[in-house]
Design a protein around this ligand. Structure first.
Ligand code: 4AD
Ligand code: MG
Length: 461
């Protein structure tokens, strides 16, 4: 057997996934002690080898070669174990491992912060280097991984091409002025890129549009950065975004894509992370599985912005209190308004479409009413906006006029050119990966779904 096979075969994940754990078979595993207790003649270690969400019970007894030594293994230490698999189909755990011998590979000192008890999320945020070992985060990062894979799988199965858009850019794609500047010399900030201001990307959209006009259906999926100084549970300075762009497609095609995409990836995670989702359902958000099933089985409703304003006005009249009760056509809806619409009015996921052009980005397609743009935001209960999309303005003159107004023609001449050289109707959207993960797991703070969250006021790791 080659060294390579030997290494991979030792993973519990592979053994379980191939359904090839046999009763009494000998097994060698490496992993970490989650807890260890004994009664003098028999002992139990909750053991996790990292490749499988649930702990495995190791049972050691006086038959075990080094019983006495094992009783001293501390929570958190790294060990290897040789033993036998004992299938226990009638117990909660389908199998356990009877230890022949175990070896301490890396001791863990007494001050290990992850002793077996419940810890607050705040406390765990402060130990981002250790929290992946805590149950909630162990489950979360597995789901994060599966979700990322499902995203690629969905697009690749449908012939979308994956494009790597740049992280360093010379333009503010959203025109909202919330960029982080990039420079190599603080005294001479534009020197490095030939006199140009450089920043971290807020969105890959503009760059990926060019690829849609060559490859038809494309997507980018990468980190984006926003210098919004809003200290909320839903805003991060660095987050991942999925941005597909489809040519020869209008806003309706875009919404159809969003809906089928979202249902596909949620279903993928529910099917492939059953233990993890069951854990979130019981420990983090009661009813989570019902909520996700509801998404899979419902048709997403559509409301125009104009209809939404009427609904909100009526709500205020009937006594609903928002922090901002001044509802008028043209208002940039706040999260409280969005949540009212999706939680109280529709009671499920919904698209809000046709926003006033003044409150949306310059690249959106102007509707024939001259007042609104062909944009859609997907709103979901608890989170509010999770995804924003639009049909793009393909008319050269209309777009040029818009860009002249906001003054970005110079830096984005290439973008405008796309409308001159074989432009066509095209649409796309951006889905906040981290916000979606909050929704799927029930975790309430964006700081708890990112490996090393970047938010205003902290940069510990
Ligand atoms: O609505 P946004 O700003 O849209 C765009 O960037 C477009 N260029 C997308 C496109 O059409 N290709 O951002 C898209 C999504 C939001 O709906 C939200 O889920 C997420 O990105 N998002 C954030 N997530 C975490 N922290 C932040 N600070 C976020 N800002 C936006
Ligand atoms: Mg948006």
């Amino acid at each position: 057997m080659s060294q390579q096979r030997n290494v991979t075969n030792k993973k519990l994940f592979l053994k379980l996934n191939n359904d090839n754990l046999k009763n009494e078979e000998t097994i060698h595993l490496e992993g970490w002690v989650r807890s260890n207790r004994n009664s003098g003649s028999i002992g139990f270690i909750e053991f996790n080898d990292g490749t499988y969400f649930k702990n495995v019970q190791l049972v050691y007894s006086l038959d075990t070669i080094n019983f006495e030594e094992i009783t001293h293994f501390r929570t958190g230490s790294a060990i290897s174990v040789d033993g036998k698999v004992i299938l226990t189909p009638n117990n909660k755990q389908p199998f356990e491992i009877h230890v022949d011998s175990a070896k301490l590979l890396g001791d863990c000192s007494e001050d290990y912060p992850l002793q077996k008890k419940r810890h607050s999320f705040e406390f765990l945020r402060d130990i981002a280097h250790l929290r992946p070992r805590a149950n909630t985060f162990n489950a979360l990062f597995r789901v994060r991984n599966a979700l990322a894979f499902a995203i690629h799988k969905f697009f690749q199965e449908r012939g979308f091409m994956y494009v790597h858009t740049p992280i360093i850019t010379g333009n503010d794609a959203e025109g909202a002025g919330q960029v982080f500047h990039v420079m190599s010399d603080i005294k001479n900030p534009t020197a490095f890129f030939g006199g140009k201001n450089a920043s971290l990307t807020v969105s890959g959209q503009l760059h990926v549009e060019a690829f849609a006009l060559a490859f038809r259906d494309v997507y980018t999926f990468g980190p984006t950065f926003r210098a919004e100084n809003s200290n909320t549970t839903r805003h991060a300075s660095e987050f991942w975004m999925i941005e597909p762009e489809i040519a020869f497609a209008d806003l309706d095609d875009d919404m159809e894509l969003i809906e089928s995409f979202l249902k596909y990836i949620i279903k993928y995670v529910m099917d492939n992370c059953k233990d993890e989702i069951a854990f979130f359902d019981s420990m983090i958000e009661k009813g989570l599985i019902d909520k996700l099933n509801h998404i899979l089985n419902s048709k997403f409703e559509k409301l125009t912005y104009t209809e939404a304003i009427e609904i909100l006005k009526k709500a205020v009249k009937s006594g609903v209190k928002f922090e901002n009760n001044n509802i008028y056509w043209g208002l940039d809806l706040q999260s409280e308004h969005e949540r009212y619409l999706t939680e109280k009015h529709v009671k499920g996921p919904m698209f809000l479409i046709d926003y006033p052009k003044e409150i949306k980005a310059f690249y959106m397609k102007q509707n024939s009413d001259g007042k609104t743009v062909a944009a859609c935001d997907l709103l979901v209960p608890q989170v509010g906006e999770i995804c924003g999309g639009s049909q793009r303005e393909e008319n050269y003159d209309v777009l040029k006029k818009k860009m002249e107004e906001i003054g970005n023609v110079n830096e984005l001449e290439w973008y405008l050119e796309l409308r001159k050289y074989g432009g066509c109707i095209h649409s796309g959207f951006g889905l906040g990966f981290d916000r979606l993960l909050m929704y799927i797991t029930g975790l309430q703070n964006i700081r708890d779904v990112e490996p090393y969250p970047r938010t205003p006021g902290s940069l510990k790791f």
